[in-house]
Every structure is written in C-alpha cells, then in structure tokens.
Design a protein around this ligand. Sequence first.
Ligand code: SF4
Length: 179
Amino acid sequence: MNPLLTIAAESKSIEELCERLGQLLRLGGPIPQAAMHRMLADTEYLQRVLQNRADLQALRQVLADPSNDAFLPPEAEVGSAELLGRVAQAFMGWARTGFKSADAATIERRLAACRSCDQYGPPPAGALYRLAAVLGERSMVCAKCGCFADRKVRLPHEACPLRHPDRPAENRWGEPFRE
Ligand code: SF4
C-alpha cells in the first residue's frame, strides 16, 4: 500500500498524522500542522514540498513558511474527529492519484464551467479572508462547497458538487455526477 494511504488511514489524530508525515519526509519531528493543511488546499505549495524532499534545509524552510498559518482551521475545529476525517479523506483521495495535477485540458474545461456558474464568486468575509490574501488574485470560491474553485479544478480526484442543468447524469464540469 502507498505509505501515504497507510498513514492517512491509520492515524488517530491530526498530531499523529503530522508526526508520521514528518517521519516519512525524514524531518526528525512532525510537519507543522499549518503546512499540512496548506498542502491539502494549495496544489502549488504541495509541489514545492515534494520538489524539496531531497534537500532537508530547503524542505524545512518551505514547511515553516509563515503564510501557512492562514490555512489553519478555525479553533473550534482543531482536534475534532470531523477535521481528522476530512484531512484523511483528502490525503487518501490525492495519494491515490500519485499527487498529480489534472491535465491542462481538464483544468481549462472545469475552470470555464466554474467561471460561468452562479456559485462562483469572491470569498465571503470571515475566516476565508486570510486564505484569499495568501492565494492572491486566484481566490474565487465555489459557494456550494466553500472550496477555492481555481485550486480545486487542479485536483484530479475532486468533483463539482452540482448536477449539470441539462445533463443530470453529469456535474457542471461535464463529468459523471457523484452523490
Ligand atoms: S465547482 Fe461546480 S458548483 Fe462550484 S463553482 Fe464550479 S461549476 Fe459551480
């Protein structure tokens, strides 16, 4: 089994998940929680982590990026079983794809659908504003799922949550609809 799948499936807490990811990356300690949450939300950041795997000093710098703090969940969610479940699921979904990005044609098609969708818009005020500041201009949000749409379209295992208005077997990205 892919070691990341094992780690995501077996970890009983976010702390254990970070500890085991740190061991996998040979850090000598856990990866910071902020870095772990950013890896799940920001594909370009994850690529930076993976590219620096062989250079421990560079890797530590990437993982200690102060911008990562913006990706920490609200305090009420920290330590919750729901948060662990979401994180583990996201890791497993992406690990199954080998942490690859979707291909350029898929990203373009999905993005075009999002940009013409009534759910696509700027992030609401509140917790998301910090993330929007970090992600810069590409910070439009899908109001249906709360994800940063411009990032989500790059993840091969992700899916649009709404049915296509004319083709109910498909989602608005033109891909098979998943319940
Ligand atoms: S993911 Fe789907 S529902 Fe969300 S903005 Fe894109 S097309 Fe609309």
